[in-house]
Design a protein around this ligand. Sequence first.
Ligand code: SAH
Length: 248
Amino acid sequence: MSGRLVIVGLGPGRAGLVAPDAEAALAAASDLIGYGPYLDRIAARPHQTRHASDNREEIERARHALALCASGRSVAVVSSGDAGVFAMASAVFEAMEAGPLAWRTMDVTVIPGISAMLAASARLGAPLGHDFCAISLSDNLKPWPLVCHRLRLAAQAGFVMALYNARSKARPNRLGDAFDVLRGVLPGSVPVVFATAISRTDERVDISTLAGAAPGLADMRTLVLIGSPETRQIAGTQFLYTPRSVLA
Ligand code: SAH
């Protein structure tokens, strides 16, 4: 008899931004699986086993979760933000498709969470109020020329962009290179926001323009928002919004 597997998004950081359904799923689990710092955000409960792993071992971690579920455990796999946005949910389904057929008939559920782009957008006002896209700048799982190609096309299409994994120690120059690609298409006046550790105690927000954007303002906890030519800041305030309509 197989158990249960829930894939849970923990939101951007603050406890109040974890969905009640996610809390209930975490409380009901016998085993918690995820990147160590994410597991640290979950209240300790007796009789619960924690399997902390490195952030790069996603598929291996997903297989482990499915195998535990197959053995009858009640497993919660956790991600930050929403588990379906650059996170564990895809890894679990990828492992399911490549694994034994029995894994396809198990009780698997995904619980949505508040993704970093939604938390950052709410913090600023409404920059995602019109058409937008999300792009991960990480080139661990896709080639860097493809990232540049997508950035260029998204800029040409007039999307607001939420850039995840904007900076890492291993790739300190990628964000600067991304800004150069965008400067080739967009006016230097479009707003650029560095939204760091949103909803946590060390939250920080820096508003700049594409012309003046300094990559050093981003770290591994930063979501970078690139405005469209329509995105505006209300003078005298920190509020940024993208109007609901674009005139022909
Ligand atoms: N599943 C997560 C994203 C994981 S990728 C989600 O839906 O939010 C990790 C990246 O998310 C980080 O490099 C950063 O770009 C962004 N991120 C995660 N939490 C954040 C927060 N509280 N504030 C700003 N950006 C955050």
